[in-house]
Ligand binder design. Structure first.
Ligand code: ADP
Length: 270
């Protein structure tokens, strides 16, 4: 159902000739549509938790004489507030990434350090579910980019791997490099992703099973953020999965091979 939008200008040249200028506006129409969808999604995603917070606050007020009820509502209130905070944070992050594909703080980044930080930030969640985070592979690889953004990207993959895995399973984070490409693979033994949905998981606000993800507190923005970070670095992200027996997400980035020319190449491909 692809449409082409053409902007046509007609000008008369003397009495015999007419000049017709056609300009392809498909891309700008598409971007406008994407922007409108984003705004609609954002308002929906924010209104839901805001509505819940208001209702729960009201319920709390009315239950003030029953300590057990107060406890129950307060607990749910804090869960909704946390969800609201996370969604807001991710929307801002994604907007920032979309606003510019130029890396503001680019430097040579040590991938081992990126993985160590991403793993560290997930340690508490992993321990809570008895999940082992096992990292390994080629040491000492480097890329050119923004360390903070790269930590966010790997963090999101590891957080998902934990979130969609059974207790006491294992999440692997592996690094390899070949032919000027660094590959970071995050593998889990979790629920997997049905084939029909595999490509869509990188879309903003997309959740494979919204009921399931909502229970686990998902926003549907984590992988969209990963995709943007990786694209801004001139790389790509892919997924392999068997529904029911786990997934592997792979980030590939141009390796920094101690030449400043890498910076130029990256700029050209984003
Ligand atoms: P969410 O906040 O819902 O996790 P993401 O953008 O990170 O949003 O992921 C989008 C959807 O992709 C998730 O809702 C989930 O259904 C699916 N998904 C992501 N990672 C995994 C994984 N490791 N295993 C199974 N499903 C996953």
């Amino acid at each position: 159902e692809a449409s082409i939008y053409v902007f046509v200008r007609v000008a008369r040249l003397g009495t015999r000739f007419v000049l017709v200028l056609a300009e392809d506006r498909t891309e700008s129409y598409r971007l406008e549509e994407v922007r409108r969808d984003f705004v609609a999604n954002v308002s929906h995603e924010l209104k839901t938790p805001i509505g819940a917070v208001s209702l729960l606050a009201e319920a709390l007020e009315q239950a003030s004489n029953e300590p057990d009820e107060v406890k129950r509502f307060a607990k749910r209130l804090s869960i909704e507030a946390e969800r609201l905070a996370r969604t807001t944070h991710e929307i801002i992050e994604l907007s920032r990434l979309q606003a510019s594909d130029v890396l503001q703080e680019a430097a040579v980044v040590d991938i081992d350090a990126v993985i160590a930080q991403a793993v560290d930030r997930n340690r508490v969640a992993a321990e809570k579910h008895g999940i082992a985070l096992v990292s390994g592979g080629d040491a000492g690889t480097e890329v050119f980019g923004d360390a903070g953004m790269l930590v966010t990207a790997v963090h999101n993959l590891v957080a998902n791997a934990i979130q969609y895995s059974p207790d006491n399973s294992r999440v692997g984070i592996g690094v390899s490099h070949a032919d000027g490409v660094v590959e970071i693979a995050v593998t889990d033994q979790g629920v997997g992703i049905p084939e029909a949905e595999r490509e869509r998981v990188f879309e903003r606000f997309f959740r494979v099973d919204s009921a399931r993800s909502r229970n686990t507190g998902g926003t549907g923005l984590g992988l969209a953020i990963v995709k943007h970070v990786v694209q801004n670095h001139g790389g790509d992200v892919r997924v392999w999965s068997h529904a029911g027996s786990g997934s592997t997400f792979t980030i590939r980035l141009p390796e920094a091979v101690n030449t400043p020319a890498v910076a130029t190449t990256l700029g050209a491909t984003t």
